[in-house]
Design a protein around this ligand. Structure first.
Ligand code: AMP
Length: 409
């Protein structure tokens, strides 16, 4: 788990603001749900997945309830949907931390943060396309270029058993070539064998039956519409029939954006898909469809580093108030300027003029506003430029300072 301090945190603010703006433009409202949910919220959605079986921070609270700190965001949002039944289509976005007891490594942390957008209550394939387009446009705005959209369809839950049986038969026939862990996974859920990143499993996974050959006519038509929608928006993608995503609730469309600027092990910037059975599993109306994605903030920032975009920016004040009169001018003038929309910083502890001017230089402010005994007597402020024509200074009447700063900052 990591600490994020300024100026690095300025990039977080920029990423979240960019996402919020793209979500707003596409009609999504911000939804905030608790970090802690009843354990069963997560167990219902992924009891054969590593995320839920092995990686959850779960515990018994002081009231004896079995709860977990969320390992993923969608389940809590769907629990909230089921509870509040907002009008549909419900378009919600959110941002926040997830907790997974994983093996930490570069790009993989025990607390990571996701940006997330979901559309609940419509099966329209345009909704799938729109969430992908939101994710794509957001990345484009950040300046990320070296990325690929991987696309697949998992079909409907009704036809899933036929495919899973074919997969089980295939993996069982090749069990000797699978890792011990994948043999165990196979006995629980053959689909989850695709989650394996172990090199010894790769050749077997490569030849496995592909889900696209098992789609019902409805699911195939839906997938065609999603593909033609992406084409209509000029969003390139590659088909990846092994993209099953790490949670059990996906149906039909699944997708993931991978960065080629990152090493191949942790190159997923985010992904998601359709989950037409999830809302019902969490107590919502039967048959409520949904589609959405989660994007990893830390991964996106690593990709930005690798592509040399979105540098951290130190916050700089517009002005720095230097008070040598020793009264309350620094306090009052700073407050007045801040109220007038000007970023004003100052020194504390009644330091010497020299020390305060040094602090003013370090602050990156364009102007120092100096208040000494003379200025107080004349109800004025000395404005000294800290950039360009250094040292140039003028006296400005106190009630004109904000206007002067606006013109000269
Ligand atoms: P998931 O919820 O597993 O589909 O993950 C969605 C995205 O969150 C991934 O594509 C990553 O970008 C990011 N992510 C998932 N797990 C971690 C982690 N442990 N550390 C950092 N980022 C993660």
């Amino acid at each position: 788990m990591r600490d994020v301090l300024a100026p690095e945190s300025s990039r977080w603010a920029a990423v979240v603001a960019t996402f919020a703006e793209h979500a707003r433009r596409a009609g999504f409202g911000l939804a905030l749900t608790p970090l802690i949910e009843h354990l069963e919220v997560f167990e219902r959605v992924g009891d054969s997945t590593d995320i839920v079986r092995k990686e959850m921070y779960d515990f018994t609270d002081k009231g004896g309830r079995r709860v977990a700190v969320r390992p993923e965001i969608t389940a809590g949002l769907m629990r909230a949907f089921a509870e509040h039944r907002p009008p549909t289509p419900w378009k919600a976005w959110t941002v926040g931390p997830n907790f997974r007891y994983e093996q930490p490594q570069s790009g993989r942390y025990r607390q990571h943060h996701q940006l997330d957008a979901e559309i609940v209550g419509t099966s329209d394939p345009d909704a799938d396309v729109e969430v992908i387009a939101l994710f794509d446009g957001f990345q484009r705005r950040l300046g990320l270029r070296q990325r690929t959209l991987k696309l697949n369809s998992l079909g409907d839950l009704a036809e899933r058993p036929v495919y899973v049986d074919a997969l089980r038969a295939y993996f069982t026939a090749h069990a000797a070539d699978l890792s011990e862990q994948s043999r165990q996974t196979l006995s629980m859920n053959p689909l989850r064998v695709f989650d394996s990143k172990r090199p010894e499993d790769a050749p077997v996974l490569e030849e496995a039956p592909v889900v696209l050959d098992y789609l019902s006519p409805d699911a195939a038509a839906h997938f065609d519409r999603v593909r033609s929608g992406l084409d209509a928006l000029g969003i390139d993608y590659v088909l990846d029939p092994r993209l099953v995503r790490g949670l059990d609730y996906y149906t039909r469309t699944t997708f993931e954006f991978a960065s080629h600027a990152l090493g191949s092990a942790q190159n997923a910037l985010g992904g998601g898909g359709r989950y037409d059975g999830l809302v019902e599993q969490l107590g919502g109306p039967a048959g409520t469809p949904g589609v959405g994605f989660g994007a990893g903030v830390e991964r996106i920032l690593l990709a930005c580093d690798a592509e040399g975009v979105l540098p951290a920016e130190a916050a700089t004040a517009d002005v720095f108030v230097v008070d040598t009169a020793g009264g309350q001018d620094a306090l009052v003038l700073s407050a007045e300027l801040r109220d007038a929309g000007i970023a004003a910083d100052r020194a504390y502890d009644g330091r010497s003029m020299k020390a305060q001017m040094k602090a003013a230089d370090r602050s990156g402010a364009a102007l120092a506003l100096i208040v000494g005994a003379d200025e107080v007597a004349g109800n004025e402020v000395t404005v000294r430029s800290l950039r360009g024509e250094r040292g140039e200074q003028v006296r400005v009447p106190r009630d004109k300072v904000a206007d002067y700063v606006r013109e000269h900052r």
